[in-house]
Write a protein that binds this ligand. Structure first.
Ligand SMILES: *[C@@H]1O[C@H](CO)[C@@H](O)[C@H](O)[C@H]1NC(C)=O
Length: 163
């Protein structure tokens, strides 16, 4: 094969794999989830550890021996993020890194279904970036109540999206 052909294949593989969460996104997710080396029960009573690793979806965390090191916590988080990265790559292809990272933070917190139905995605689809960014703020409620932590998280997503 010629070098040009090999480079073309490498480019195609790179583009079709989609984005991974960048360092700004990881920092935001870590900050928003908080760090806990031992098991705890979150606001809705879910057993959790590390950076928001929810045991319910992971064999009740039977394979985890606390306390976690921060490196182990980051490892777990990166694995947990794959499903949400896949979601954002699929429903909103072509975002820049900061836009992507903001959407992964949102999707990790709110779920792929909420992102898919969101006004954030509507704004992205018509490439109205300010409308997309300003729409994060609408998703700051849980059980019909405004949650201060969600308001802060949505504002951080807005800022990162527009960076
Ligand atoms: C983007 O969305 C905002 C808010 O919905 C709207 O006021 C504005 O006109 C839109 N901009 C463009 C270029 O469509």
């Amino acid at each position: 094969m010629t070098i040009k052909l090999i480079m073309l294949f490498a480019l195609v593989a790179y583009v079709s794999a989609g984005r991974k969460t960048g360092s700004a996104g990881l920092d935001l997710i870590k900050f928003s989830e908080g760090w806990r080396p031992d098991f705890y029960y979150d606001q809705i009573g879910q057993k959790t550890i590390g950076y928001g690793h929810c045991c319910k979806w992971h064999n009740n965390c039977n394979d985890i021996k606390p306390p976690l090191s921060m490196a182990q916590g980051e490892e777990l988080l990166k694995k947990d993020l794959v499903e949400y990265e896949n979601c954002v790559n699929k429903v909103a292809p072509g975002l820049n890194q900061n836009q992507f990272d903001a959407c992964v933070d949102f999707t990790f917190n709110m779920g792929c279904g909420t992102f898919q139905a969101s006004d954030v995605l509507k704004g992205i689809k018509v490439q109205n970036w300010s409308a997309a960014a300003n729409s994060f703020a609408k998703y700051n409620k849980a059980g019909g109540r405004v949650i201060e932590g969600l308001t802060v998280r949505r504002e951080n997503e807005r800022k990162l999206f527009l960076k």
